[in-house]
Design a protein around this ligand. Structure first.
Ligand SMILES: [Cu+2]
Length: 123
């Protein structure tokens, strides 16, 4: 009986360990787009040279640097995002952008009101 309890306990500990990391450590940093907003963590911190994955789960979005649907130039941001035309995302699309320059970058969707995110790049 003691042995069974120990086996069960070991199993539970292993399960907890497997789940322990949560979404924070599961794969690369990701900005997830839903119908009309970002879902999950909208304030990511990465290291210079790391990539952020932009994942469109539903809805069409035009993503660029800026805030509240308005493009603003952000020196040091990935060139593809630092453009007034932005990047058009369609459902199912996934794209990664590497941030090489430390700084804080505002990301916005030009289509959806209040669809904003922040990416902080540390050294
Ligand atoms: Cu959008």
């Amino acid at each position: 009986m003691k042995r069974l309890a120990a086996t069960l306990l070991t199993g539970i500990v292993l399960m907890l360990a497997a789940c322990g990391g949560g979404s924070a450590s599961a794969g690369p940093p990701t900005l997830t787009m839903s119908g009309s907003n970002f879902t999950g963590n909208t304030s990511l911190t990465i290291k210079a040279g790391q990539a952020v994955t932009f994942k469109d789960e539903s809805g069409s979005h035009i993503i660029s640097t800026g805030h509240n649907q308005l493009y603003t130039a952000e020196t040091g941001a990935p060139a593809a995002l630092d453009t007034s035309t932005g990047v058009t995302f369609t459902p199912g699309m996934t794209q990664s952008y590497t941030f090489n320059t430390p700084g804080t970058y505002q990301i916005t969707c030009q289509v959806h009101s209040g669809m904003n995110a922040t990416i902080t790049v540390t050294k």
